[in-house]
Design a binder for this molecule. Structure first.
Ligand SMILES: Cc1ncc(COP(=O)(O)O)c(C=O)c1O
Length: 365
């Protein structure tokens, strides 16, 4: 008999979308449009790509385990000590390590019902308990989360903008929430999509919040607005005492020097981030009136502060997903009747709108 792994059946499974080449082969298509993973419609910052090329000679060397160059750049940019920054191989690793560092089977963790699936996975991997708080009109219900606080709560996870709903927490509500959570509970605020938020009351400058709310850790990534998803780089800002245990359970060489150099260059390339943000904001504004017209065939959507739109239809999401895939557009089902569509280039978005309208019209008949 082969060795038996520990029981894993209670751990939610994260299924990434199919690749473009898989879909092309399956449906015999020459071209597909991938709007499934909230990637950058403009690709990567050219400065970051140059930095990658410049680092190729170092492939035989182990990277700097502390990513000092990146921490120094971030510390200068945000005017905080380097000791309050931790770099990981994308936020996925950060989220897993937070669970590893903080949770035991006796602990409970609170998270929104409709948010990034990795929070739940991180909690269940430690055999801790997860409390999922229902959403309020697709927004995170902060009061609902506070109501669930009890003795065993160790971590509260929130994302703003939230994936997959694209809704956000305004600055005043965030501050009220943070001052209401007892200091012995770790609050993880995931800002993976922060660069796309244009609401005037969005919490744009949280880098110094940890001074007032010492139990807060904020998360940021280079995968979205900086277009470096393949290089797997994210970071946290928080009190050193909170970050040290996370570093202790992180893989030692998890961030490559190539990724680090690319991230440093991308931070300097403010023009690229601005172009990407302008494109995403402009395209959402162009798409909303078109989506409004699809209400007639059962489509509803939420205005988004991120680089994707949360859409519900009368059709089940699996059917919409498969029908669009057959037509060469990959989106992401995120609920029985809900899908999430990444903002692509104007051409890609137009194809999505046209194909989506046709599929819904066909099924509405
Ligand atoms: C809310 C949220 N947090 C974190 C991540 C993970 O990002 P990374 O690519 O840095 O692992 C994602 C990825 O889609 C996300 O949507």
């Amino acid at each position: 008999m082969l060795p038996k792994p520990r029981t894993l059946s209670h751990i939610p499974v994260y299924t990434p979308g199919k690749s473009e080449s898989d879909v092309m082969a399956e449906y015999n298509l020459d071209q597909v449009i991938k709007l499934a993973s909230n990637e950058n419609p403009l690709g990567s910052s050219p400065c970051a790509l140059n930095a990658v090329r410049g680092m190729l000679e170092t492939c035989h060397r182990y990277p700097d385990q502390h990513s000092r160059m990146l921490k120094k750049t971030l510390a200068g940019l945000h005017r905080i000590p380097e000791s309050r920054i931790l770099v990981t191989s994308g936020l996925e690793e950060m989220i897993a390590c937070i669970g590893r560092a903080y949770l035991t089977p006796q602990d409970t963790s609170i998270m929104p019902e409709n948010s990034f699936i990795k929070y739940g996975i991180s909690v269940h991997l430690q055999d801790a308990r997860a409390v999922h708080v229902p959403m309020k009109e697709d927004c995170i219900d902060l009061q609902g989360m506070l109501d669930r606080i009890e003795r065993n709560i160790k971590i509260i996870w929130i994302a703003s903008p939230n994936n997959p709903t694209g809704t956000y927490i305004n600055e005043a509500s965030l501050k009220w929430f943070l001052s209401s959570v007892p200091d012995n509970i770790l609050v993880v605020l995931d800002e993976a999509y922060r660069e796309f938020a244009d609401a005037p009351d969005y919490h744009h400058r949280t880098e110094h919040y940890h001074k007032q709310y010492p139990n807060l850790v904020i998360l940021r990534t280079f995968s979205k607005a900086y277009g470096l998803a393949n290089l797997r780089t994210g970071y946290a800002i928080g009190m050193q005492e909170l970050l040290e245990p996370i570093l202790q359970v992180r893989e030692i060489f998890s961030v490559t020097s190539i990724a680090e150099a690319a991230a440093c260059a991308a931070l300097e390339d403010t023009d690229f981030v601005r172009r990407c943000r302008d494109l995403v904001i402009g395209e959402k504004a162009r798409m909303y009136p078109k989506l409004d017209t699809l209400a007639a065939v059962g489509l509803r959507y939420r205005k988004s502060q991120a680089n994707f739109i949360y859409i519900e239809t009368d059709l089940d999401s699996g059917t919409l997903f498969t029908e669009l895939q057959r037509r060469g557009v990959i989106i992401r089902p995120v609920g029985p009747k809900a899908v999430r569509v990444t903002i692509g280039t104007p051409e890609e978005n137009s194809v999505f709108l046209k194909e989506c309208a046709e599929v819904l019209a066909q099924h509405a008949k």
